[in-house]
Design a protein around this ligand. Structure first.
Ligand code: SF4
Length: 316
């Protein structure tokens, strides 16, 4: 199953997994390797979306070295059950000219589910052909507006018409190439800036997407981006277990491993894949300590987690 936070079919599963009483006994164990690898190809972005705390990014910007990328993929592809592999992080993945090569490489190593989240502003016809040809399995596009005014004031520095046309071209090209992949998730985030016109968003895209190919629309909700924003009121108590250390590994473009993708500045580092293997980090003392703390709902030692609204509610 392709776990993508925000997808309807995974919401129930994920909210169940956050329930301490139900899953406590299981938190004693973890899989031999992560079931989801989140590999940041770059932390550069061409947009300044209002909900994204990009202005707080103090970490060095760059692209993951292809040799390091191949090492990670090789290390996680040995098992029968291969991880869902996200090829993006705190940046726009299509700024990376090596993206099609990375997808191709992951597929060559037998990774079944490759996945990116993009703003699609750079999804030219040529890029569409390349990522389809490389074998990308799934692509989520954040499209947070319903017209020029609402889109351009939310997804700053991008242009409604350009992106809208890119996505329409992608759908046409995929059809011409007689391919069903990548399946498309078009995501909307109702906010004050875009006037929360969810019905208009549906009316705009429903006639265009191909549900038979597995395309769908997804409406998500604002969160606090690990303390980078303050949209949701923080509950006083931590009430749920964050399952990320049991399920996934988040790797920054420079090879450092962090607790999750909310740690955009690399504050909670658990290892470095330049000098360690995925397995060494996954079974090593740093992640073991995190799991021990999280299962007891102790997040005090983790500054990003302390500001996370996600563990202060049971649902998503
Ligand atoms: S910030 Fe911490 S608690 Fe929140 S989702 Fe990430 S790892 Fe879990």
């Amino acid at each position: 199953m392709n776990l993508n936070i925000g997808d309807k079919k995974t919401k129930l599963l994920l909210s169940l997994a956050k329930t301490p009483l139900l899953f406590y006994p299981r938190y004693k164990y973890h899989l031999p390797l992560p079931s989801m690898m989140m590999i940041e190809n770059t932390n550069l972005c061409n947009a300044e979306c209002v909900m994204c705390p990009r202005e707080l990014l103090s970490r060095k910007r760059g692209f993951m070295d292809l040799g390091l990328f191949e090492k990670l993929i090789r290390e996680v592809s040995g098992l029968k059950r291969k991880p869902v592999t996200h090829l993006h992080g705190f940046g726009e993945p299509m700024l990376d000219k090596l993206l099609p090569e990375r997808i191709r490489l992951a597929k060559a190593y037998g990774i079944k589910h490759t996945y990116i989240v993009s703003n699609a502003s750079l999804l030219s016809s040529e890029t569409s052909r390349k990522i389809i040809d490389a074998g990308l399995d799934k692509m989520k596009i954040s499209f947070y507006g319903t017209d020029e005014e609402s889109y351009n004031t939310t997804m700053k520095r991008l242009d409604f018409e350009v992106t809208f046309q890119n996505i329409k071209d992608f759908l046409r090209i995929r059809k011409e190439m007689k391919r069903r992949h990548p399946r498309l998730i078009l995501q909307y985030l109702p906010t004050e800036a875009n006037h929360a016109r969810t019905n208009e968003f549906r009316a705009l895209w429903e006639p265009l997407i191909d549900e038979k190919a597995g395309d769908c629309l997804n409406v998500t909700a604002l969160h606090n981006y690990g303390g980078g924003r303050g949209y949701n009121q923080m509950g006083k108590k931590i009430v749920s277990v964050c399952y990320f250390p049991w399920a996934s590994m988040s790797v920054l473009w420079d090879g450092r491993v962090v607790t999750c993708c909310m740690d955009s500045n690399g504050v909670q580092v658990l290892g470095d894949l330049n000098s360690q293997t995925v397995k060494e980090v996954w079974t090593g003392p740093a992640l073991t300590d995190v799991r021990d703390d999280f299962r007891k709902l102790q997040y005090d030692a983790y500054p990003v987690c302390r500001s996370c609204d996600w563990v202060r509610r049971r649902g998503l």
